[in-house]
Design a protein around this ligand. Sequence first.
Ligand code: ADP
Length: 159
Amino acid sequence: MQIIAIYPGTFDPITNGHLDIIARAAKLYHTVIVAVAVNRNKTPLFSLEERVALVSAVIPDFTNVQVIGFDNLLVDCARAQGAQVILRGLRAVSDFEYEFQLAGMNRRLAADLETVFLTPAEQYEFISSSMIREIAQFKGDVSSFVPDIVRQALIAKCV
Ligand code: ADP
């Protein structure tokens, strides 16, 4: 069975932690679709177009990974893409409660979709997009947390 997994998130911006999850998923699934959410609950630093462009720019090596932007209900987007799996990353215990609730809600909305959690390598566990944005806004060095093209985009954004 050729399983398509959708990896949704805000990716504001994409980090080495997200990339670690994508690389792991690319080995497990036939196709991985990174789905960048508009996210009306947050005010992203990067526009949807910029976030999609950054994700596209940093995943050239994985041929079975695609990138899309979406602005509808995740389960509807997943179905439209033919995905059977919703992929999420789990860092520390702090992610668990929210992710558990999200997975439960998505199951109520679409029982045929399975949420699968992957954990990143240890060195990426503490990376979050929000911390990266904060460090960049204070002109800190984010070079060990994000690909160089993302670092450059952060510098350009935080002048
Ligand atoms: P969202 O706003 O949907 O949480 P994010 O871009 O912050 O979007 O995260 C998308 C997914 O990637 C979430 O499942 C999140 O837990 C996971 N994630 C974020 N950072 C990391 C990381 N450093 N390692 C592993 N997973 C991560």
